[in-house]
Write a protein that binds this ligand. Structure first.
Ligand code: ATP
Ligand code: MG
Length: 718
């Protein structure tokens, strides 16, 4: 117990030992929320004697869940199954594996990523003899996303066996979507939206399933709760109904997924959803130097819709935060790389450095300099490892062994070439359709048919069958290795001579071995395949001594000693959409993003930007976020002339009248104000939608809405 509480401050300790009831921890970046959450898990296991199988711990990414498993294992011993330290999606997979048969899906359903979705769509376009391009894909996928915004379609499709007739079923898009859903069902594929929706339908239709999980999960805890969506919130709310133990941690200032449905209100109004909520605040920052912390605090204070937090740190003084201004992107990149080299001369390592940016394309100009300076770097996000052709092929082989699905079959049947091209595929497809078989089954049946006799069908079938025999006996990594050899895929790649593809295959194998070792549990093939489908590139292990490069979104929850936030330019951060919309909310989300970026830094922080022109020909100006904190929080490096600053300020003003106005009369909850007619009063609340304050005037019986643009509401000096 000592051990679990050591290295935690009093408030964190309180969080660890507060195991019963509804509890939320609200605290700023780097205050040890995740650490407290991890220790709490171990506390529940070690001190309360609860089995890990009865604790659900939701993390935001797979990477975060692996990290947490690793730490927890150190505290509770390696034997325990920590499979319930997972993401929302990961948890849904667990639920569905046990009961999806009730919805007439097999337990080894497959999970479709965007790439798979596109393959299905491409097939449909071909069948309907339609032209396709990226735009059409996106339009259809968006429409499918909207259809899947609620669970009606699942009810219809699965329970009533109808095809959801989208409103516009008559038109082309509607027909495509119907076909898509049919195909999806045929391969027993679920996309990410389906995972949550299917769980809801299952819980709804089969109370005993819901009750089973409510019984099982004595304790539920959620990290990064501020970025949970309504559906996700409803899920944990439902699950915690029986035992009533729900513990959430988060920082409303770090909500950066509003555009994807996240809503910090579940965190902020948590006490209204659950009676007797206990709230714990952590206010000591352990991550950053006082200089970095002050900058972060000063920046986020410009946000209007927030509750102020008072963060302090006892960490030793560091250097001032540097704002670097370059004359061009190349200069910006060169300066960064030189600074990195200097840090290394002084004893730092490249692995301690991270380059963060608003959008993936911004990595390119830094990459070029890193390459010419011969510095190793790893990019997270961007082109995904698991999206690579050879990786998808390899996994399709495993999927063939596991479930012989049509999607995987079409992917690998003719790679390497087995003389089964378009014509023969059409033959197989037609037969499959006629006889209601899977493509693989059809191939097996007709392998001796005139049309297929001279092809490589037989040897393919032999290879797959021999592997299927070993499915239970061999580990996943063994299966993959054998599959690559027996089907001739590896030889084919070798002949191809592309070393990078071979290296990637080796890395995949390596990652599976690692997965088997860290989990140390018997992983069966089906389960592995489902988990791997949830992966994104950001989940890869990184042990190389390289500079890490990633978007700010990906950097959430992470920390690095030296952080470079690059491309701090107007219409990059804040991005152009936020500026165009001229909505305070959008701008504030951008500011929170900047806040997340700067609070990743432990020792030194560099904000860089440069002159030049945007894609559209617009001049580049330093981000407003750089100007809105006090001058003495920065060390300015590079030549930034007055004229450019003036121009930038004009531009900023021109693109954001609204925020100026609001800040001029910006009051927060609890403040005392004076009104020319109603007299003195207190701000009771703010209605963001209507853009009004709720002011309770001393002389009145009820609060009154006052427009936030009303200039004559003044701060009362009492
Ligand atoms: P974020 O909001 O960015 O997710 P967080 O609140 O989750 O941050 P952690 O990542 O848990 O913060 O902690 C930040 C750093 O401070 C970590 O390196 C952690 O190990 C360290 N830390 C946390 N609590 C303490 C403590 N009581 N004493 C010393 N170090 C601590
Ligand atoms: Mg955290």
């Amino acid at each position: 117990m000592e051990e679990l509480l050591n290295g935690l401050n009093e408030a964190q300790q309180e969080a660890v030992v507060s195991t019963e009831g509804f509890i939320r921890v609200i605290a700023g970046a780097g205050s040890g929320k995740t650490r407290a959450l991890t220790h709490r898990y171990a506390f529940i296991v070690n001190e309360l004697g609860i089995d890990p199988g009865n604790i659900l711990s939701v993390t935001f990414t797979n990477k975060a869940s692996h990290e947490m498993r690793r730490r927890v294992k150190k505290m509770v011993g390696g034997e325990q199954d920590t499979g319930f330290i997972t993401t929302y999606h990961g948890f849904c997979v667990r639920v569905l594996r046990e009961d999806i048969h009730r919805l007439f899906y097999p337990k080894n359903f497959i999970i479709l990523d965007v790439e798979d979705q596109k393959i299905l769509l491409r097939e449909i376009f071909e069948e309907m003899e339609l032209k396709m391009n990226d735009k059409t894909f996106k339009r259809i996928l968006d429409k499918i996303g909207i259809l899947k915004g609620n669970t009606h379609y699942v009810q219809q499709m699965i329970l009533r066996g109808e095809m959801p007739s989208a409103d516009d079923a008559g038109d082309m898009d509607g027909q495509i979507i119907q076909r898509y859903l049919k195909k999806q069902k045929r391969v027993y594929g679920l996309d990410f939206d389906d995972l949550l929706n299917f769980v809801f339908v299952l819980f709804d239709q089969y109370k005993e399933v819901l009750e089973k999980w409510q019984d099982r999960l004595y304790y539920i805890q959620v990290d990064e709760f501020q970025d949970s969506s309504l559906k996700q919130f409803e899920l944990v709310k439902k699950l915690s109904e029986k035992h009533g133990n729900l513990f959430v941690v988060g920082d409303p200032d770090q909500t950066i997924y509003e555009w994807r449905g996240a809503d910090p209100k579940y965190m902020v109004d948590f006490d209204q959803f659950f009676q007797d909520t206990q709230t714990i605040f952590l206010n000591q920052n352990y991550r950053s130097t006082p200089q970095i912390l002050s900058l972060g605090n000063a920046l986020i204070q410009n946000n209007y819709f927030r509750v102020d937090k008072d963060m302090v740190t006892a960490n030793p003084e560091g250097l001032k935060v540097v704002h670097y201004h370059g004359k061009s992107e190349i200069e910006e990149a060169k300066w960064i790389v030189q600074r990195m080299q200097k840090l290394v001369e002084e004893g730092a390592e490249y692995r301690q450095m991270a380059v963060l940016y608003r959008a993936n394309y911004l990595s390119r100009f830094i990459e070029q300099e890193l390459i010419s300076a011969n510095i190793e770097y790893t990019i997270f996000g961007g082109f995904k490892f698991f999206d690579r052709l050879e990786i998808k092929d390899a996994l399709a082989h495993l999927r063939m062994i596991a479930m012989e699905d049509d999607l995987s079959f079409s992917r690998i049947i003719n790679v390497p070439k087995r003389q089964i091209g378009k014509k023969r595929m059409q033959f197989i497809r037609a037969k499959a359709e006629e006889e209601g078989r899977s493509l693989y089954d059809t191939l097996k049946k007709y392998a001796d048919h005139d049309r297929l006799r001279s092809t490589g069908a037989k040897s393919f079938i032999e290879a797959i069958e021999s592997l299927k025999d070993k499915k239970e006996e061999w580990t996943v990594s063994e299966l993959l290795q054998e599959a690559m050899q027996r089907t001739g895929y590896e030889a084919y790649r070798r002949e191809d001579g592309d070393q990078e593809r071979l290296d990637n295959l080796t890395e995949l194998l390596h990652s599976i071995v690692q997965y088997e070792q860290t989990l140390g549990e018997d992983i069966d093939l089906d389960e592995y395949l489902q988990m791997i489908s949830l992966y994104t590139d950001d989940d890869r292990d990184d042990q190389v001594n390289s500079v890490k490069m990633m978007t700010i979104h990906t950097a959430k929850g992470l920390e690095y000693p030296y952080v470079f936030v690059v491309g701090m330019t107007e219409s990059v951060l804040p991005n152009v959409r936020a500026l165009r919309e001229r909505k305070e909310r959008a701008l504030e989300e951008e500011r929170r993003l900047a806040y997340v970026a700067v609070t990743r830094a432990e020792k030194e922080l560099y904000l860089t930007e440069s002159e030049g022109f945007q894609n559209g020909g617009q001049r580049k100006y330093p981000s407003r976020f750089i100007f809105e904190v006090e001058e003495d929080l920065y060390e300015r490096v590079g030549e930034l002339d007055e004229a450019l600053i003036e121009e930038a300020k004009e531009y900023i003003q021109a693109t954001h009248h609204q925020s100026k106005q609001q800040q001029a009369t910006g009051f927060s909850k609890g403040e005392r104000v004076s009104h020319p007619v109603f007299g003195h009063g207190t701000i009771e609340g703010i209605d963001e939608k209507k853009n009004t304050y709720h002011v309770f005037f001393d002389k009145m019986k009820a609060p009154r809405p006052i427009s936030r643009n009303f200039k004559k509401l003044e701060k009362l000096k009492e």
